[in-house]
Design a protein around this ligand. Sequence first.
Ligand code: ADP
Length: 487
Amino acid sequence: MTTSLTRTGLDTPTGLFIGGAWRASNSGKTFDVLDPATGEVIATVEDGDVADARAAMAAAASAQDSWAQTAPRERSVILRRAFELIIERTEELASIITAEMGKPLADARGEVAYGAEFFRWFSEEAVRISGDHTLTGDGKNRIIVTRAPVGPCILVTPWNFPLAMGTRKIGPALAAGCTVVFKPAEQTPLTALALADILVEAGVPDGVVNVVPTTNAAEVVGSWMASGSARKISFTGSTEVGKILLAQAAPTVMRTSMELGGNAPFIVAEDADVDRAVDGAMVAKMRNMGEACTAANRFFVHRSVADEFADRLAARMGSLKVGAGDGDGVEVGPLIDGEGRAKVQRLVDDALLRGARAVVGGTEAPGPGYFYPPTVLDGVDPASDLMSTEIFGPVAAVIPFDTEDEVIALANDTEWGLVGYVFTQDIDRALRMGERLEVGMVGLNTGLVSNPAAPFGGVKQSGLGREGGKVGIDEFLEYKYFAVPRS
Ligand code: ADP
């Protein structure tokens, strides 16, 4: 069950992957995957339904015990092999990511390296799961603490990093000894299916990883949530859907990890190195065309440098080459779909109506494809809609500020709290401001925080739990305590 992708000519799987086998959907239905650079169909994928979801959950549940019993080194070796296979297939995977998601090939290669790294990191963590052994205060009992896998996990991912969002969840789940049912985003199922292929080759036993692409996310994931077999959900996506899943987790008291939306402040103090701040802004804004929950959404720049910063950022952003992701030298690909682009335009129009100045960009590009030009808006009114909405596009909104207290209050005036960026040459001020920001991650004089070795996650409505780092595997483990009398 494979197809050759138009444009790339690559063979990719298009079936459901359940219990170690490729299958057609029970519903007999399929759905189209589109190239956002052209709006054309590039592949047709099996559309999983509730019966398929149940089969996947049953496969994960029946594989759980034997997978949990495997030696940590065995799980480690499989993940390490999968890491190596991903790296070997960088070009193939990058082409699939670009074809279905739109990001430029260079960025897609970057995602492959980043995504693979989660498997390497968690292959190393698999053999370092440790417990504790102490005595009760009176010395009469031993306390032996071990760690056990939570059990079958539901993994649900968005379209913006089709590979890395999957490996960031599958890596720690498998390392901990959990089996998974995985529903990738409907816009980008091909990368997830290619990943399943790689995991088979790496030696993952049947039923340990099951992948169900579907256009019926609510029904498929809903059936897993209600199954009684799943012990955990790890979700990355919108806060809106995260809240639905949190409610669905309540009846079975299921463990949850939630990576939800962001509204990152990017603060440039009056003493910042402006060159460095512009470099950081290019990464924090333009990585993935702004389609990242870590994307800088609000640029608070001290009034004394705001115009200079906006002009210099506009010069850099305006010179980027926009086009289809596989085009020569392209640095900015299309947005994911027409809806995403219309939202960006609506937010820009609102800011302009409220008196902002478009230093560069500001009007969507004509079709085909969902292109939006890199845009810098200066003098943005803090009452603008984009201050409280994730832009998810290549638009930098510059809001001037005067005092530190004022900018901290503005930065924290949001229901989200994923990441904040601070640019200043004063280390004391950098740490002070970072401490006052209500976020899970702070970039000090850098526009990039994501790294498999670091605990990624947010506070407030940006989510629950952390992915990556030393704590990433904890999300998939339970403590188990043995009380043992000393005689
Ligand atoms: P985005 O706006 O980035 O598409 P979503 O939260 O809508 O964010 O989607 C993230 C993931 O959640 C996707 O895999 C999507 O199919 C899935 N999803 C959407 N709605 C639901 C739902 N009601 N229940 C479970 N998963 C859902």
